[in-house]
Design a protein around this ligand. Structure first.
Ligand code: GDP
Ligand code: MG
Length: 135
């Protein structure tokens, strides 16, 4: 951003994932704010906190994202089979991809970043699904 001067040498993004109620939000609260909530509410969507950490004299900004993880309704996951343009090098059939996605309860789409097939549809699916959950 333009208003804030960026002094750190690195920006690392860290995502906390795991079952609901294992203590992700409280680990972050303890680390970033030295706080603990005995009865914390479950996380809605994602939130992040930043913390500066010095490693070997380099300033590293850790941007830590707290998620509601896989046990909550508000996480949308899509399994993307990319590089469909490499037809001769295909290792996973569409049927295999579909059945894996079905077994894991994921959306499934095959894309090619090279020829752009289904790329916008993949992102649209995620955005649409989140929108449906929220509305
Ligand atoms: P999240 O769903 O993974 O974000 O879990 P929370 O951070 O919301 O914690 C779930 C519950 O476990 C809350 O009641 C917390 O107070 C409690 N909790 C989290 N971390 C610890 C811990 O290290 N020790 C104990 N005893 N309770 C914890
Ligand atoms: Mg949480």
């Amino acid at each position: 951003c333009s208003e804030e001067e960026q002094t750190e040498d690195y920006l690392f993004k860290i995502v906390l994932i795991g079952d609901s109620a294992v203590g992700k939000s409280n680990l972050l609260a303890r680390f970033a704010r030295d706080e603990f909530y005995p009865n914390s509410k479950s996380t809605i969507g994602v939130e992040f906190q930043t913390q500066k950490i010095d490693i070997n004299g380099k300033e590293i900004k850790a941007q830590i994202w707290d998620t509601a993880a896989h046990s909550d309704m508000n996480v949308v996951t899509i399994l993307v089979g990319n590089k469909t343009d490499l037809k001769d090098a295909r290792e996973v059939t569409t049927a295999e991809g579909k059945s894996l996605a079905e077994a894991q309860g994921l959306f499934f789409i095959e894309t090619s970043a090279l020829d752009s097939s289904n790329v916008s549809s993949a992102f649209r699916t995620v955005v649409e699904e989140i929108y449906h959950i929220l509305s």
